[in-house]
Design a protein around this ligand. Structure first.
Ligand SMILES: [Zn+2]
Ligand SMILES: [Zn+2]
Length: 144
């Protein structure tokens, strides 16, 4: 039984979180929406089930309709504006944690690059990673 704990917070630390166990998967997302929302070239998203994630503090969210027609909610600290989590209306109970907010990332192994059609020319990844122009079909759910 792997009980590794990962902790993280926003910049001002009004929002903190604790994660139990390993992620379902991790991917880099280069889509324009992630770039605009973060101000960075891409976001590294690490996916967990809601019951792995304990959040303290108030979070705000902003929803945008994604290519799939589902709504992608980006969740952030209303005080300092750090983006911490993402959730999608089509994936109840699953949350993407933005790896840049983690204090002690554990077992984070990016396995794909998403939305390479929007990738900035200076943004480079491990060339062995599978790349997808847009959003690939979702991975099979993890057996537990
Ligand atoms: Zn904050
Ligand atoms: Zn994205």
């Amino acid at each position: 039984m792997n009980e590794s704990k990962t902790t993280g917070s926003c910049l001002c630390a009004a929002v903190t979180y604790e994660i139990t166990g390993d992620p379902m998967f991790t991917g880099h997302c280069c889509c324009i929406d992630c770039q605009k929302a973060s101000g960075a070239d891409h976001i590294t998203l690490t996916f967990y089930t809601d019951d792995q994630l304990k959040i303290s503090g108030e979070i705000a969210e902003y929803g945008v309709v994604a290519d799939s027609g589902n709504t992608n909610y980006r969740q952030f600290c209303p005080k300092c504006g750090s983006r911490l989590f993402s959730r999608n209306s089509a994936r109840e109970g699953v949350r993407g944690v933005h790896a840049g907010t983690m204090d002690n990332p554990k077992n984070i192994k990016p396995s794909r690059v998403l939305y390479t059609k929007d990738q900035r020319p200076w943004d480079h990844f491990d060339k062995d990673l599978p790349c997808f122009e847009q959003m690939p079909p979702p991975p099979p759910p993890k057996e537990s």
